[in-house]
Structure formats: C-alpha cells, structure tokens
Design a binder for this molecule. Sequence first.
Ligand SMILES: O=C[C@H](O)COP(=O)(O)O
Length: 256
Amino acid sequence: MRKPFIAANWKMNTDSQYAVELASGLEKAIADVKGVNVAVCPPFVYLQSVAKSLSVDGNVAVGSQDVYFESNGAFTGEISCEMLKDVCCSYVITGHSERRHVIGESDELINKKTIAALEAGIKPILCIGELLEEREADKTSQVCERQLREGLKGISEEQLAEVTIAYEPVWAIGTGKTATSQQAQEVHEFVRGVIADLYSKNAADNIIIQYGGSAKPKNTKELMSCKDVDGLLVGGAGLKVDSFSEMVKITEELYK
Ligand SMILES: O=C[C@H](O)COP(=O)(O)O
C-alpha cells in the first residue's frame, strides 16, 4: 500500500519567528502520527532555522519550494541542490504552477531542476496541472500528459521511485474552489496511466500522487478517500498548526 504524503507549501509567507513556531508546533501536534509522511516547505531564507527547530528523528521533513539545476557558480540569486542538502532539505517542489505561470518556467527548465534534485539525493515533488481555460477547452489530459512527459524526460524508473507527482489544477489554487473528488480522481487515474505507459505498471502502482488546490480539513476526507489520491500539497491551510495537523490526522485515520 502507498504511504500517504502530505506537504505544506508555505509559499512567500511567514517570518523568521513564525516559521519556527509553525514547524515546531506542527511537530508537537503530530508527534504520534506514524502512518503519514509529512513535510513543510518554507521560503529559502527560513529553511535552516526550520530544519534546526525540528528533531532529527521526528516525523516532519523539510522541503524547498524551488532550486536551480547548476551546482555552483555565477548564478546570482539562485540556490543549488547542494546548498539545500547542506541545510537538511530532503524534498524540493519543482514545476509549481506559480513558477510556471507567474515566473515563466518552461517544461525544459523544470525537467533540469527535477533531474538535478534526483542526482543530488533530494526527492522532487513535480507539480502539474491545467489552467481554467485549458480545462474548459477539454485540454486537461493533454496538458497534464505533456507536463509529465517533459518533466520526467531522462529520469529512470529507479529514480522515479523518489519522485512524487502533485496534481494541482491551477483554477483551484488559493481560490477556495477545490476540484471535486471525482475531478481529482479522474486526473489522478489518468496520471497513473501515463506513468504506466512511460515506465511500468509497477512504477504506476507505487508512485505517490498528491492533490493540491484549496485542500483543507473539511475536504481532506473526501479527497483522500479517492483511490488514486495519495496525499495533498497544501498552501493556505498549511500555514496554521491546527488546520494542517488536522488534515494529517484525518488522513492517518483513513489509512488505518
Ligand atoms: O502548493 C500548494 C498549492 O498551490 C495549493 O495552494 P492552496 O492550498 O492555497 O490552494
């Protein structure tokens, strides 16, 4: 059985004090949870203090919201995988829709970042998802398939075991409009099919596929009850200990 994985993407939120309070508060709140993998993804500048505030053997991992694919050198403003590892990051989000559509990242760049993370031993959370106009034009599958195929180019089946896919319909992010469980399930099942086609049935059966987009405590049970939804990538509701820990606990309960 796939172990559920819930990650909080703090985006460009928190300050140095709140970041540490949020991470350590969360660690305390879910200290007894064993059946769910959990990660928090703070802004770059708080990664180190957040990682230091968490216990080494605790159940909250640290992830970054982005990375650059080169190891070092004249890349002003960028952060490498080696730097992320140095501050105890074990995950990195690649291809988040805000990086695709606000910053303008291409599939090719996202692929390079995902490969760099894998080569450095950091687990990528590769995000895919359609815009509202793409859904309305019936292009959801086409867009998700392209983002998957391009994002995973050159990644072996062995490496894929370290990759999480996050399906985030862009129209559901931060809007309060969650995809219905049926919409989420449909795309998740489709994603698993693309993975089977690209790799193998075994790879498809084992890959963790998170849903993201206005996920909160009140819709966690419904979303996590879908056959192919294995976790959540949480924005807004991940900024409060109470809401995020509730989502983790609801999920643990469901998987018992
Ligand atoms: O990475 C997280 C997603 O973009 C979802 O954000 P949200 O839960 O605030 O809609």
